[in-house]
Write a protein that binds this ligand. Structure first.
Ligand code: HEM
Length: 348
């Protein structure tokens, strides 16, 4: 670009600061902390916008039949998801600034805000929905479904349900996991089973099952075998099919193989994103309790009770954390045949 083409660009015009800085209109007089309250919310919403932008980029990478694991697409996706976790780290700390406002300072203007509430944050709901949280999985789903004052307006409600009907990051990751090519029977012909192979079972998985069983201690832990059968050999878990769950377990167990390092990074980053959202909900819940005690929320929910329920229930990638139940010691892992090692190395 030539210098004369850029010379007319002015800092505040480029950033449209007149709009952003002209958008703080407290309802109370200038003596309250309402300016702080507004700016904190706006800062959150700006960062939410950035998170949505990155989630869209990541979903676009996975929205194909063949993610280029070797060609860098996967590491771009992981990089962007790590950015999302960093953003949440920063915005979660903003609660500290808001907490310099005391509960009585808040009371000075709280009633002027009724019935609006952070509950109605469309962008926060879109983040949850794009990751994979569905309306019916939400705590007290009925809070979301009515469009009374305090709830969503019809337009926002429609936007959230429209996002829910798109491919979520969770569903795309599930499909990606299902496509991993490591259980093609031809790769496992030379696999040396340590145990008698169960009828109809793939040799590796038959051996893994025995190894896992041996790692369990006592009758209580042995009950995990029923869960193992259900999750990895029959139904799958939640949105993850049996095939997807096997792929995730395999990646987690053999994460040191070169080709699995980025997929493993992806899985742990997804767990981190979930954790950062939970930290948001947790810090926000403590802050809300401290500000309003057990009063109902301005959005008309039970307040602290609702926030606690959402915190406990709104995990999105819980299937991934559950896989840890089924890991075995690295030294006990079945050795992989040469054909699989070759397929999982970069030198092919
Ligand atoms: C004085 C400070 C705050 C108080 C007392 C407060 C209180 C509440 C309460 C009681 C709810 C439950 C819904 C309701 O009935 O209103 C809620 C929801 C929510 N608030 Fe706040 N809030 C505060 C600040 C913030 C800030 C700064 C944000 C940043 C965006 C925020 C975002 C949210 C979100 C996203 C929800 C929905 C949470 C979920 O469903 O998991 N709140 N808030």
């Amino acid at each position: 670009m030539k210098p004369e083409e850029t010379s007319s660009l002015y800092y505040s015009d480029y950033l449209e600061l007149d709009k952003i800085l002209g958008s703080q209109h407290p309802k109370s007089d200038g003596k309250t902390d309402e300016m702080l309250f507004i700016i904190i919310h706006q800062a959150y919403e700006l960062w939410f916008k950035m998170v949505i932008h990155e989630l869209d980029n990541v979903r676009a990478i996975f929205d194909t039949d063949h993610v280029q694991d070797n060609a860098g697409d996967m590491s771009i996706a992981v990089h962007k998801l790590k950015r999302v976790t960093r953003i949440f780290e920063v915005i979660n700390r903003q609660v500290d600034i808001l907490e310099t406002m005391t509960p009585m300072d808040f009371l000075e203007f709280r009633n002027l805000l009724l019935p609006s509430s952070g509950f109605q944050s469309l962008q926060f709901r879109i983040i949850e929905a794009k990751l994979g949280l569905k309306m019916d999985q939400r705590y007290k789903a009925n809070y979301y479904k009515n469009t009374r004052p305090g709830g969503f307006n019809q337009q926002d409600y429609d936007s959230i349900t429209a996002v829910e009907s798109e491919a979520t990051l969770k569903s795309l990751v599930t499909k990606w996991a299902e496509r991993t090519p490591f259980f093609d029977e031809s790769l496992w012909e030379e696999f040396q089973s340590q145990y008698p192979v169960e009828k109809g079972e793939q040799k590796f998985w038959s051996d893994y099952k025995h190894t896992y069983k041996e790692s369990l201690n006592g009758p209580v832990e042995l009950r995990q075998m029923d869960e193992l059968e259900r999750i990895f050999y029959n139904e799958g878990l939640g949105e993850f099919s049996m095939e997807a769950m096997r792929a995730v377990l395999f990646i987690m167990m053999y994460r040191n193989l070169p080709i699995f390092q980025t997929p493993f990074d992806l899985l742990t980053t997804l767990i981190n994103v979930d954790e950062m959202l939970s930290q948001f909900r947790y810090k926000h819940m403590l802050m809300a309790r401290r500000m309003i005690g057990m009063r109902v929320g301005t959005g008309g929910t039970s307040g602290a009770g609702y926030l606690d329920g959402a915190l406990r229930q709104h995990y999105i990638f819980k299937e991934l954390t559950e896989v840890s139940t089924f890991l075995v010691e690295r030294s006990k892992l079945p050795d992989l045949p040469k054909s699989v090692k070759e397929k999982t190395s970069f030198n092919i």
